[in-house]
Design a protein around this ligand. Structure first.
Ligand SMILES: [Fe+2]
Length: 262
């Protein structure tokens, strides 16, 4: 299938965005004003933790892990990202999220830290109303970014989701994996600027591009679920996910912190 990339300079309401994203579109919000504040805050935290030139200096893995832990539920970062979601058109009072994941992907790292293999988030979450939001903190390029495999939006891939256990996340790969080759021919790499926001369904097949550039990629991602979408049964189609449980408990209200439940 042909996957549309919608680029918008203004907000999109939940209904309009949901229709696009649950239909497989990738949506890019250009130059989201509150993202400048978010990026400045994240930049300050990153430099304080990793030094003045974080993209070019090799980062100490322990310092990175500590920074990621603090970013996860950092109150100011959360407040700034809540404003970002609002500016993109999301009704934040109906919105649940998981946590802010600061991804740090060093160049040519033999340990492939920060590099996720090909997956659908829904293979693990099982939440088909899940929307992913992704934004770079420093400039990115084709050789350090996220890649999509749009042909697989409606095409199943054999995978390990049926055996992926929510309660054993530390004892298994971070995400379920394909068990058959994925044709790389249709790979779509997205390059956006800091201040831009990429939005896509958690059901999209995607991966980190192996970082073959000279500098470290820093990006932030968060996953959201709108309570109304869950109630109405709206979401992306499930073409191949078989996770035995649904990770409702990963999500809590952006404003009230209340569990999504279901
Ligand atoms: Fe993902």
């Amino acid at each position: 299938m042909t996957v549309a990339v919608h680029v918008t300079a203004g907000p999109l309401g939940d209904a309009e965005r949901g229709e696009a994203v649950f239909g497989g579109a990738l949506v890019v919000f250009r130059d989201v004003a509150p993202l400048r504040d978010f990026v400045a805050l994240a930049d300050g935290l990153i430099r304080a933790a990793l030094g003045a030139d974080p993209v070019r200096s090799p980062a100490d893995p322990a310092a990175v892990a500590d920074l990621q832990r603090r970013a996860r539920h950092h109150p100011e970062l959360e407040a700034a990202f809540s404003a970002v979601l609002g500016a993109a058109g999301a009704a934040v009072e109906r919105c649940c999220w998981d946590w802010l994941y600061l991804r740090v992907q060093p160049p040519e790292d033999p340990a492939a830290r920060g590099t996720l293999g090909i997956h659908r988030d829904t293979w693990s979450s099982n939440v088909y109303a899940q929307t992913n939001w992704w934004t770079p903190i420093y400039p990115i390029s084709r050789d350090r970014t996220v890649a999509f495999h749009p042909a697989y939006w409606s095409r199943p891939v054999a995978n390990t989701s049926a055996a992926w256990d929510l309660d054993r996340v530390r004892e298994q790969p971070p995400v379920p994996e394909p068990t058959e080759p994925v044709d790389p021919a249709g790979e779509l790499r997205v390059v956006i600027e800091p201040g831009d926001l990429l939005c896509f369904s958690g059901a999209h097949l995607h991966a980190s591009v192996a970082n073959t550039s000279a500098v470290t990629r820093f990006s932030v991602e968060v996953r959201t679920v709108n309570r109304d979408d869950v109630a109405a049964g709206r979401g992306a189609p499930n073409v191949d996910g078989a996770a035995p449980h649904t990770a409702w408990r990963w999500f809590r209200g952006v404003i009230d912190g209340a569990a999504l439940g279901a």
